[in-house]
Design a protein around this ligand. Structure first.
Ligand code: NZQ
Ligand code: ZN
Length: 383
């Protein structure tokens, strides 16, 4: 085990914490509030943010779409540059926060912002950013990553830089009250897969802290899914919000192997067919685990025992994958792609072509998921 670990985002957790923004953003800052399609206008979050900023100089940029595009966010970049904005407050889900991460980085770069996603420009500075989270799922509110789409080419790519890590994040579970069921379920699934990407890998010497905490977080999500009828309850909401945050805030990924193949293949499903991020993961992961079962067997067995409380046996890894599928199905989340709009052969071919074009020809913790393995996975994932 060898790692450098830190998480510099201050978390302001609990009901009423949006008011704390007032003291967290220095009074002299010129603030740009960035948000999405308007959910914050109808659920009172916008009004709370406006009240907290009443003594600040601020303006707004709205219309960030789910799976944010550089085409939209470049308009925010222009505002930041032209208006001399020196603090950005992202108010929304992962898309708004990711879009804002791109905007604060691109605002300090004179070239084409897409260079950040293709690795041509390495982000070392950004306008300071903070977040008010309204959808627990991605962990973007306290990590250094973001995923942006270039709509023109249907390309969805990630980037990361400590410079875009939010300075603080408000996590008020009351903001979740207006979430549609679909998004609540997406949150459970996305957080689940984040933990899996860091935990269901080829077992080496065993990292007791990272593994043990991963298992706690996975069991939390199972419990919340089982108690789904209690979703309109303060405790349920708080526990989902904090669990989803912890899933991707750095600790369980420190010093351990990381997979991310499910995410990279899933991103292509979103870019090509508009599948919700979390749902794209549920469509890929079971087939991917069956494809990589020998490399992941020991960890799947550990998960079967410690998370699902399954009986031991030579087929424990196989039964663990079935239990993961049952978890998704219990939430009415599909584990196969059924609506690509074209036949199966064409769909698999199109996804593979995009994986290749985006440099995703070897994936997984062992780089063992070549395009040929991705093809086998997709043949099982596409109905
Ligand atoms: O745009 P508005 O009107 O706000 O509506 C949103 C959107 O339609 C709505 N919503 C959010 N909060 C709400 C609400 N509706 C009612 N009440 C509320 N409180 O929910 C819809 C989806 O929002 P979105 O932000 O797209 O969802 P999510 O948080 O799942 O973010 C998904 C994006 O994050 C990326 C994904 O790829 C995808 O682009 N990811 C980012 C990661 C990161 N930065 O670490 C990691 C993840 O793996 C993921 O890839
Ligand atoms: Zn995700």
């Amino acid at each position: 085990m060898e790692f450098t670990y830190g998480n510099s985002t201050t978390i302001l957790f609990g009901q009423g914490q949006i008011a704390a923004i007032k003291k967290q953003i220095p009074a002299e800052k010129k603030v740009l509030v960035i948000y999405g399609g308007g959910s914050i206008k109808s659920n009172g979050v916008y009004d709370q943010v406006a009240a907290a900023l009443s003594e600040h100089q601020w303006q707004e940029f709205s219309g960030v779409e789910p799976n944010p595009t550089v085409e939209t966010m470049d308009k925010a970049v222009a505002i930041i540059k032209e208006q001399g904005i020196d603090f950005v407050l992202a108010v929304g889900g992962g898309s708004v926060i990711d879009g804002s991460k791109y905007a604060v980085a691109a605002a300090k770069y004179d070239g084409d912002g897409w260079d950040i996603l293709i690795g041509k420009h390495k982000v070392t500075e950004a306008v300071p950013l903070a977040a008010v989270l309204t959808l627990p799922a991605t962990g973007s509110e306290s990590n250094a990553g973001a995923v942006l789409t270039q709509a023109a080419t249907k390309t969805k790519l990630p980037f990361g830089s400590p410079a875009v890590q939010p300075i603080f994040a408000v996590l008020d579970p009351d903001t979740m009250k207006s979430l549609p069921e679909r998004q609540l379920k997406n949150g459970l699934v996305d957080a689940w897969v984040h933990i899996c990407e860091l935990y269901v890998t080829t077992k080496k010497e065993g990292a007791m802290v990272q593994d043990g905490y991963s298992e706690v977080l996975l069991r939390n999500l199972l419990t919340l899914a089982k108690d789904y009828d209690s979703r309109d309850n303060d405790g349920w909401r708080s526990n989902l919000m904090w669990t989803a945050n912890q899933a991707l805030s750095g600790l369980i990924g420190a010093g351990v192997a990381q997979d991310w193949a499910t995410h990279m293949i899933g991103h292509e499903l979103t870019a090509l067919y508009g599948v919700d991020h979390a749902r794209s993961l549920a469509m890929i992961q079971p087939a991917l685990y069956r494809n990589q079962i020998e490399a992941k067997r020991a960890k799947l067995e550990q998960m079967g025992t410690n998370v699902f409380a399954l009986e031991s046996g030579s087929d424990l890894a196989e039964r663990t994958i079935e239990a993961i599928e049952a978890f998704y199905h219990s939430l009415d989340v599909a584990t196969q792609l059924t609506d690509s709009g074209s036949d199966k052969i064409t769909t698999v071919k199109d996804i593979l072509a995009n994986l290749e074009a985006h440099g995703m020809s070897t994936l997984g913790e062992n780089q063992a998921i070549t395009l040929d393995e991705s093809r086998k996975i997709l043949e099982a994932s596409v109905a």
